[in-house]
Design a protein around this ligand. Structure first.
Ligand code: PGA
Length: 255
């Protein structure tokens, strides 16, 4: 049985006051959780603040992005080493907002993924099709190409070992529309199969999260699918009670 992961992507939201109250609510509620890895992804500038509030807890934290470069004259960028320096364990790579709003191609995403792995961060690689691509029946092709950008590298399967994937249909992110459990499972299964074609062992242990309008009300049915190993949560991760209910829905599937 793969461990369940519930990750909260705060995007560009929060203040010191709201982060303090959100984490107070979460830390009180996660202490009874076992078998679920709970991770939060604050904006860069709050990472140190979050690290201090979470260092004695079972929760982990990470960053929403990183530079593909290791150091140097890259104004405004944050390196993987810097994230490690603040005890980040995970980093989100290739979120659809980075791809669509900031021009991140599969090649840039692959460079970031490699940079994360080189330093020992665990990348959460986001994959997902747009509404038009789904309507054109191109979901599998798009997702397979996004995964292929890593898997087809010479050391692709080693890179995927101990990494995390997240299937996030772009049309479901922040829209209130969620893929049905069957729709999500179909894509998760295809993703796992693509990895299995290279390594049965890596495919068997690779966590694949679902993201896109996950809420307390729909989490359990999504997480019950055999190839869904938890969730990457946006909007609902900003509300302690809602996020905790999602974590508990994952717990029921784990162990
Ligand atoms: P959402 O975002 O839960 O608000 O749809 C998910 C994500 O972007 O990771």
């Amino acid at each position: 049985m793969r461990r369940q992961i519930v990750a909260g992507n705060w995007k560009m939201n929060g203040t010191r006051a709201s982060v303090t109250s959100l984490l107070a609510g979460l830390t009180a509620g996660v202490s009874s959780l076992t078998g679920v890895d709970v991770i939060v992804f604050p904006p860069y500038i709050y990472i140190e603040f979050v690290a201090k509030l979470l260092e004695q807890t079972q929760m982990s934290w990470g960053a929403q992005n990183l530079s593909p470069e290791s150091s140097g004259a890259f104004t405004g960028e944050i390196s993987a080493e810097m994230l490690l320096d603040f005890a980040c364990k995970y980093v989100i790579v290739g979120h659809s907002e980075r791809r669509s709003l900031f021009g991140e191609t599969n090649e840039i995403v692959a460079k970031k993924f490699i940079q994360a792995k080189l330093t020992g961060l665990v990348p959460i690689l986001c994959l997902g099709e747009t509404l038009v691509e789904r309507q054109q029946n191109r979901t599998q092709e798009v997702v397979s190409r996004q995964l292929g950008a890593i898997l087809e590298l010479p050391n692709g399967i080693e890179l995927l070992q101990n990494s995390v994937l997240a299937y996030e249909p772009v049309w479901a992110i922040g829209t209130g529309l969620t893929a049905s459990p069957a729709q999500a499972q179909e894509v998760h299964l295809a993703i796992r199969q693509q990895v299995r074609d290279v390594s049965v062992a890596v495919a068997g242990t690779l966590p694949i999260l679902y993201g896109g309008s996950v809420k307390a009300a729909n989490a359990a049915e999504l997480f019950a699918m055999p190839d869904i190993d938890g969730g990457l949560i946006g909007g609902a991760s900003l509300h302690a009670q809602e996020f905790l209910e999602i974590c508990h829905a994952a717990k029921q599937q784990g162990n």
